[in-house]
Design a protein around this ligand. Structure first.
Ligand SMILES: NC(=O)c1ccc[n+]([C@@H]2O[C@H](COP(=O)([O-])OP(=O)(O)OC[C@H]3O[C@@H](n4cnc5c(N)ncnc54)[C@H](OP(=O)(O)O)[C@@H]3O)[C@@H](O)[C@H]2O)c1
Length: 306
């Protein structure tokens, strides 16, 4: 349970931010939330959170979390947070998936103002947060991590500290490159098995119980079997992360052939206009490329979370 003495500001009540701030408020923290589209933050009041009209109201909070989309968005909201200059938080915890370079620029910006900074991206979607299985990967000064820990523990099942500076950013980028590649691979083998005659639910039941099954393959199973592509993570955000991975590959001179191919398959999906559903529509694209028209199997399959 977070200490009541410290107050929290929360920027961003999108799919992820809403659920994370909700856990924090339900855990007893004093949370003031700001979201560009205020109506999305308002339901958090039922958990005891307060909602701000302007992001600058959050500057007087002890700790401010940020969960928006891209580095450009992070820079904009943090600039506006500190614009009035009357007060400043002790620490900023930035959770969006952004580049190493963006994160370093943010650290410089905050250092100049004497604000501690923890880079703390996450693994898991909104449903994973609800199930209490989100994980943080953190970097920055160890003392910032120690100060943040009770709040992180109220949101997530685990927080790994990986070192100074922006190290957590590269860990998260690697994680999401893997997410893209694994999803494409799962789509390919599921369509291959189906075209050879195996129903998707039967194939995935075997895979999920095998040594190759994972929390991820289990929680994507309902989407693959019943074709429910309600968004958990958008194709645009996944393409951003694949691009971050390929940029990092260029910077560190690491070839990433699987990531490159997967990035372009995500690009094809976006180019065809498949942008408003979950990125798991990679399955539909793979089916089309294989001459298959998929139908929901309407089978009750578990997601391993609930
Ligand atoms: N979804 C996942 O499974 C997942 C998992 C791990 C990490 N992530 C990462 O977490 C971050 C958020 O993802 P999400 O799925 O929650 O996205 P989302 O549902 O699209 O939410 C984006 C949030 O950012 C706000 N925002 C974007 N640009 C802004 C700007 N310029 N100024 C102010 N607010 C702005 C949006 O405000 P409005 O409501 O006004 O649009 C919204 O609150 C991304 O970096 C993503 O890569 C996502």
């Amino acid at each position: 349970m977070p200490t009541k003495k410290m107050t929290v500001g929360w920027i961003g009540a999108g799919r992820m931010g809403y659920e994370m701030a909700g856990r924090l408020a339900r855990g007893g923290a004093d949370v003031l939330v700001w979201n560009r589209t205020k109506a999305k933050a308002e339901p958090l009041q039922k958990y005891g959170a307060k909602v701000a009209d302007d992001v600058s109201e959050l500057a007087a909070r002890d700790i401010v979390f940020c969960m928006v989309s891209t580095w450009k968005d992070v820079k904009e909201v943090v600039t506006n947070l500190l614009a009035r200059g009357k007060s400043k938080p002790k620490m900023l915890i930035e959770c969006s998936s952004i580049s190493l370079e963006g994160s370093a620029e943010l650290r410089e910006m905050l250092d100049k103002k004497g604000i501690q900074y923890l880079a703390a991206p996450v693994s898991g979607n909104a449903k994973v947060i609800k199930a209490g299985k989100l994980t943080f990967v953190c970097s920055g000064p160890k003392k910032a991590f120690d100060l943040a820990r009770p709040f992180l523990d109220s949101i997530a099942v685990n927080s790994s500290y990986v070192g100074e500076g922006e190290l957590s950013r590269i860990v998260k980028i690697c994680h999401n490159v893997f997410l893209g590649v694994v999803t494409q691979s799962l789509a390919e083998i599921t369509i291959l098995a189906q075209k050879a005659g195996v129903p998707r639910h039967a194939f995935l039941e075997f895979m999920n119980q095998s040594v190759m099954g994972s929390t991820f393959s289990r929680y994507k199973t309902p989407a693959f079997v019943n074709l429910d592509f309600k968004v958990t993570f958008t194709p645009h955000l996944l393409r951003k992360d694949m691009d971050l991975g390929l940029d990092a590959g260029r910077k560190f001179e690491v070839p990433m052939p699987l990531a490159s191919a997967t990035r372009d398959l995500i690009q094809s999906m976006i180019g065809q206009g498949w942008t408003e559903q979950d990125f798991a529509t990679l399955l539909l694209q793979q089916a089309e490329a294989s001459g298959l028209k998929l139908k929901p199997e309407n089978m009750e399959v578990g997601d391993g979370l609930s």
